[in-house]
Each structure stands twice: as C-alpha cells, then as structure tokens.
Design a protein around this ligand. Sequence first.
Ligand code: NAP
Length: 282
Amino acid sequence: MAQIIDGKAIAARIKEEVAVEVKQMKQQGLAPKLCVVLVGEDPASQVYVRYKEKDCEQVGIISETHRLQDKTKQQDLVDLIKRLNKDKSVHGILVQLPLPKGLDAISALNEISPEKDVDGLHPMNMGRLLRGENPDMQPCTPSGIIEMILSTGREIKGANAVVVGRSNIVGKPVAIMLLQRHATVTICHSRTKDIGAVCREADILVASVGSPGLIKADMVKKDSVVIDVGVNRLHDRLVGDVDYEATKEQAGFITPVPGGVGPMTRAMLLKNTIIAAKKAKK
Ligand code: NAP
C-alpha cells in the first residue's frame, strides 16, 4: 500500500516558511507584491485567482489583481504588462492562462520582465533552465513536483523517470529538472507507442495529461513514486490522470487529487514572489 504524499501538508509548511520570511522582509522595509492579470470571465481562472489572492493574504504578500475585459486588445494587455514591469513596487507578474480567444498568450508572456516572471515561463528563464543555469524563477508546478519527490526520501539520481505529457508548463520543464538531478528521463506523449511498457520501467512516474484514469495500476512499477498532475472533472468530482484507488496498491508513494500537486503549485508561486522581491532589493 502506497504512502500518500500529502501536498497540502507540504505546501502548508512552505507557506509558514514564506510567512516568516515576509515578516522579516517587511521589517527591513521590503513589502513583496504579486500582480495577477486576469483577462475575461473564465470560471476556473476566476477561482484560481481567488485562491492566489487568499494565499498571498495568508503569508503577508501584497496581491493586486488586474481584471481586464474579455474583449481586451493585445496591445492593451502588453501595455499593462509593461507598466507593471516598470513599477518598482511590483515584484511578481502572473498572467492567468488561458487567455480569451484572439489574445496571443505566448507573446504576452514574453513581455513579462524575466526578473518578475514568477510563473517561470519566460523564454529567458526556460532557456536558462534548459542550459542548467538554475534561474531564480522556475515554473511552479514542476518545482512543486520536485519538492514532493524529495519529500519521499527516494533518490532522483540514477532513477528511471517517466514523464507523461510534454506541455511547456509541466511536462517539458519537470523532465529537465529531473534530468538535472541525474535521473534517466523519458517523455511520453500522445504518439508514444506502448505507453504502458514505458511507464512500467519508471521508478518515478509523473503524469500531466488531462485524461482521467489514463494511468492504470498495471502500468505502474511496484514501489515506485507516482505524481499525478492531472485535474479532471468527472461526475462532479475532481480526479487525476492516475487510477488512484488501484494504483495506490501498487506504488510506493502516490499523490492524491485533489490535495497533491495543486497546493504545491500555489505554494511555489509564493516562494517565487519572495525570491523575486529579494533579488529586486539587491
Ligand atoms: P496539456 O497542455 O493539456 O497537454 C497534454 C499532454 O498530454 C500533451 O503533451 C499530450 O500529448 C499528452 N497526451 C494527451 N493524450 C495522451 C495519451 N493518451 N497518452 C499520452 N499522452 C497524452 O498538458 P498540461 O498543461 O501539463 O495539463 C495536463 C493536466 O494537468 C491537466 O489536467 C491540467 O489541468 C493539469 N494541471 C494541473 C496543475 C496543478 O497545479 N495541479 C498545473 C498544470 C496542469 P501531445 O503533445 O502529443 O498532444
């Protein structure tokens, strides 16, 4: 029976550490501030942004949400980002994705100053990650996943790691982070042949697909570490990409959905914000 990797508990610990640091920073006259840009009315995005506001409030980070209309023009979005880039009181900028149709997310993200890119998705930060230069801003979900794997005490060095999904926000960067920690990494995607055979070799398996229950227990190596990134709504409840009930009998460690990767992503965003604030002060 697998041990549950309690993302909520690890995230709570990180938040406590962040809160202590924020308090010290404020005593030195530095008030970390995160600006979130929310365009349109996407219901899931509204919920995520509310969570972020609440998280910031809990740890003492100043948060400011800039709400733009659904019909916002690309140039207006870019102008706002440029203004926030220049504003010295702002340390972190996050553009909530997805953007409404007609707006180009990639070129908007490219406008964020790399030093304020708390999502770690700017090409400068992603490029430096790829080159092994350990950028200050690293993508939140992958960083959270690494923390969760480390929490198990299992060694990443030399492990066979399989990442299912090759998105820019999770699959690719987490694969790079595992590689940098000396895992032997395989990335699977929709064209991978016999994905089960590849996954069965994984000491560490990360699933970031968006397909409920895609990873079955018989695709998982006994006693492995299984990280489920997927968030899927199924019959009015949230489930991951891993068939959790059956797989927990097979794995050594497993993350639940909800309560696994999600809270860790949010905690890492807070951590990135204070890193950005400290760097800005230097
Ligand atoms: P994404 O952009 O939605 O892309 C899905 C990836 O899965 C693609 O690389 C796709 O392959 C691959 N894929 C699709 N069907 C597949 C199959 N049958 N077998 C193997 N691979 C398959 O990925 P994402 O943004 O990483 O999101 C994935 C899931 O994670 C979603 O449920 C999302 O909501 C969740 N998520 C959660 C968090 C969190 O903090 N908890 C953060 C981010 C994402 P191709 O490239 O070949 O199309």
